[in-house]
Design a binder for this molecule. Structure first.
Ligand code: TXE
Length: 464
């Protein structure tokens, strides 16, 4: 048993939040053996019994939502209100999969030549998940919900820097009767635990959420060991605001869609394209709304934006902004500099930043900016807007703000994205598939679509 551990710190003030074991290759090997042993009996359980366990865990989690949310805010940084929603979102995902766990039947046909033709759907076996730090709780829910519902077993590597709430949540599943061997968490670094999971020959599925560069490495290892793979690698979502849009709703949508979770959301609005006819009033309103946002420790009541999760992430964000501004590829309307005052000197905070008249080739348009930075630029025609929205290697989400059915029809067909919103952004119900195209990844999570990933078809032909 590995005894080494490492500490987890609060990004708002550097205080110690807790510590977890630093997992090793041996820990992963051991977990895989345990998970296969557990699979024998767990895969034979009745879907209804698995549903009952998921419903019970969700109920307990909802009862302790406040304590769990405080822990999430302390280790991740996000405002308490957002943590409360994320914990409730985790419970909702469990409830959703509990409600559909018994619905994945096979298929049947009768043939004169071949007899009874049946298609049986069986769980894969041992599955693995690698979780990021930005939405650690909700994303763990997306990955474990369909796995447990389908009778698979799972090994989860939580985010290295935000593993504590995930660990606590697993404890609720154990309390209601999910065996610890069915859902195991191995904490530690991506380079050791994550890579060991990706390389392991006896893991049948790998679901990864994180950076594109890491996703490529993980996918290479997974391909060599024939794992079914889901990759969710972030995005650079465009928001297109047309001249007939409800300006107030669009401005509010831009601010919440960008600054929620301190901008660290895969489907955050990362580029805004506004019809030049309404550019000035739109930008003005966005500036007013963003100016009212309170930056501070996520536990302080009234705070809207917590710290960026790590100093390294903050440095990356700031350098993309500086590179854009220094090369005159955009103008700072607000933010853009880190103030030498509280709370900025206490933790890795970054001010809500708005950049206007941003060039399509600016670094803040080209790269995924994982922080509170909103680049805005004008467009003259919807063709131009769609072309610019698609001019990125990413393709996770996009939104169009209009009530013109011709534009809605065109944009929903032509935007290269896994999800297209109309007059809203960033909302992801558990019932519908979630995932991207192009460099945003492969495969889909959520909805009954995820159940197909975790079940394999077996053909049975019975000649009478
Ligand atoms: O991600 P990493 P980072 C994007 C976002 C962000 C950037 C870097 O743009 O600025 O990625 O974030 C584990 N083998 N997204 O560096 O490293 C790691 O421990 C296997 C978008 O934090 O990809 C963690 O559990 N696993 C994204 C997980 O991978 C490895 C959410 C993600 O970390 C590994 C997060 C390896 N070699 C970042 N190296 C989204 N899709 O929303 C690391 N990990």
């Amino acid at each position: 048993m590995n005894q080494e551990s490492y500490d987890v710190y609060n990004p708002a003030d550097g205080s110690l939040v807790g510590s977890v074991p630093a997992g090793t290759y041996d820990d992963v090997n051991n977990a895989v053996s345990i998970a296969w042993e557990a699979f024998r009996s767990w895969s034979q359980t009745d879907p209804l019994d698995r549903s009952k366990l998921l419903f019970s865990a969700a109920q307990l989690i909802r009862a302790d939502q406040k304590d769990l949310a405080r822990l999430l805010t302390r280790e991740q940084g996000k405002p308490l209100r957002e943590s409360l929603n994320e914990v409730a979102g985790f419970a909702r995902v469990l409830e959703y999969y509990a409600s559909i766990s018994g619905t994945m039947h096979g298929d049947y046909g009768l043939s004169k030549n071949y007899g009874h033709m049946m298609v049986m759907r069986q769980p894969l076996g041992v599955c693995a998940a690698i979780i990021p730090w930005n939405m650690p709780v909700l994303i763990m829910g997306w990955k474990i919900g369909p796995v447990l519902a389908t009778g698979n077993t799972m090994i989860v590597k939580p985010s290295t820097t935000a593993p504590l709430t995930c660990k606590a949540l697993a404890g609720y599943l154990y309390r209601v009767g999910v065996p610890e061997s069915v859902l195991q968490l191995v904490t530690g670094s991506g380079e050791v635990v994550g890579e060991a999971l990706a390389r392991h020959p006896d893991i049948r599925s790998l679901s990864f959420t994180g950076a594109v560069s890491t996703g490529i490495q993980v996918a290479e290892h997974a391909a060599k060991t024939f794992k079914k793979t889901i990759l969710e690698l972030g995005g650079s979502d465009a928001m297109i605001v047309c001249r007939d849009a409800d300006l107030e709703a669009a401005a509010k949508g831009a601010v919440s869609g960008r600054f929620f979770n301190c901008g660290q959301t895969c489907t955050a609005i990362k580029r805004v394209f506004v019809d030049t006819k309404i550019y000035a009033p739109f930008v003005q309103r966005v500036r007013e709304l963003a100016g009212a946002l309170q930056v501070g420790n996520g536990l302080t009541p009234g705070v809207d934006i917590g710290p960026v999760h790590t100093k390294r992430q903050r440095d990356t964000i700031h350098s993309l902004v500086q590179e854009t501004v220094n090369n005159q590829l955009g103008t700072v309307m607000s933010g853009g500099e880190i103030p030498d005052s509280n709370p900025y000197t206490m933790g890795s905070f970054y001010p809500p930043t708005i950049l206007t008249d941003v060039d399509p080739d600016a670094p803040v348009m080209r790269e995924e900016v994982f922080g509170p930075v909103l680049p805005i630029s004008g467009f003259d025609s919807i063709s131009d807007a769609i072309e610019r929205a698609n001019a990125t290697r990413f393709g996770l989400g996009a939104s169009v703000w209009t009530h013109d059915m011709r534009i809605i029809s065109r944009a929903t067909q032509e935007l290269d994205a896994g999800i297209v919103w109309v007059n809203q952004h960033l909302r992801i119900p558990p019932e519908v598939p979630f995932g991207g195209v192009k460099s945003s990844g492969l495969g889909r999570e959520n909805g009954r679509y995820a159940l197909f990933h975790y079940l394999e078809e077996k053909t049975i032909l019975i000649h009478p």
